[in-house]
Each structure stands twice: as structure tokens, then as C-alpha cells.
Write a protein that binds this ligand. Sequence first.
Ligand SMILES: Cc1cc2nc3c(=O)[nH]c(=O)nc-3n(C[C@H](O)[C@H](O)[C@H](O)COP(=O)(O)O)c2cc1C
Length: 160
Amino acid sequence: MVAPDEFRRVLGHFATGVTIVTTCDEDARPTGLTASAFTSVSLSPPLVLVCVDHKSQSYQPLLESGRFAVNILRIEQEEVSRRFASTRLDKFDGVPFRLSALGLPLLADALAWVECTTANTYVEGDHTIFIGRVEEVQFGEGEPLLYYRGRYERLSGGPA
Ligand SMILES: Cc1cc2nc3c(=O)[nH]c(=O)nc-3n(C[C@H](O)[C@H](O)[C@H](O)COP(=O)(O)O)c2cc1C
């Protein structure tokens, strides 16, 4: 068995972008968490996935709402990423967002937004994989916020 620390450390070597996955709970309150386990699944139909810890306060709302938004963060949004990676209950207080036509919370000033309806869910270990059918996309401006070996990073220089 690979030890949890070692598992976390080796996966930290896979550089990713950073997203905040949002939805609304049954009382129409916005909820969300920072997530890097986001990837494309299929082009036709357009499908993505996010993996969400069963301990997340957003887990049940994600299951119940049947929809979620993936807010892809830009470099200036490290603080908002830290906030949504915490377990505080007031994550949205003072964070500008709007509700989309699909009723999903879209954070202001993100790099891009992907709105999904949940096509399927798969329980795997202590996480659930949410497969999202992409219904709407929007683009912002700027540079991506990156995460690598447990630290926030930025793109440096030109292409590899
Ligand atoms: C860069 C980064 C990426 C993360 N990716 C995920 C992820 O993909 N899935 C997940 O469930 N938690 C992920 N987390 C952890 C959650 O953001 C964290 O557990 C948070 O407390 C969840 O909020 P909640 O417990 O209030 O729902 C990540 C945290 C960070 C800092």
C-alpha cells in the first residue's frame, strides 16, 4: 500500500489549474469548494468530470441539485481559492458572484466558466466522480492560477 502522504506527494507533481465548483443547496444558498480534480471526458457529447470528497459541505447539494458550475480561476484569485478550500460556512460573503440562467453561482473575474448538468455519478473510495454535461461556457481574461507540489504558482515565461 502507498502511504497517504506519499500518495499526496506524488500527485502534487502533476501541475494543475485550480477551479471552484459551485452549486446551490435546497434553500437556494450558494455553496462551493476548491477543486483541481477537474478534467474533460468527452468531446461529443461535451462531458467533464469533477471528483468531490464525501466530507465536503457541497457534496450533498451537488448530488441534490443535479447541476454544477466549474469556475476556472485566474492568477489574482489565490485568496478566493484558499477561502473555498477551507471549511468555513460563509465562503460567499464578500465574494462577488452572480446566478446564471441555469441558477448556478458564477464567481466574478474567473478565467472561464463551465456550467453543467450532472449526467452521472460514480462513488469511488472517499470521493464521488460527478460527470457533467456541458450546457454553457463563458470566457474571461487573464492568466491561470496553477497548483504544483502543494503551492500556488503562475505561468512563467513563454511556451516550453
Ligand atoms: C488546490 C486544491 C485543490 C483541491 N482539489 C480538490 C478536489 O478536486 N476535490 C475535493 O473534494 N477537494 C479538493 N480540495 C480540498 C477542498 O477544497 C477542501 O477539502 C475544502 O475544505 C472543501 O470545503 P468544504 O469542506 O467546506 O466543502 C482541494 C484543495 C486545494 C487547495
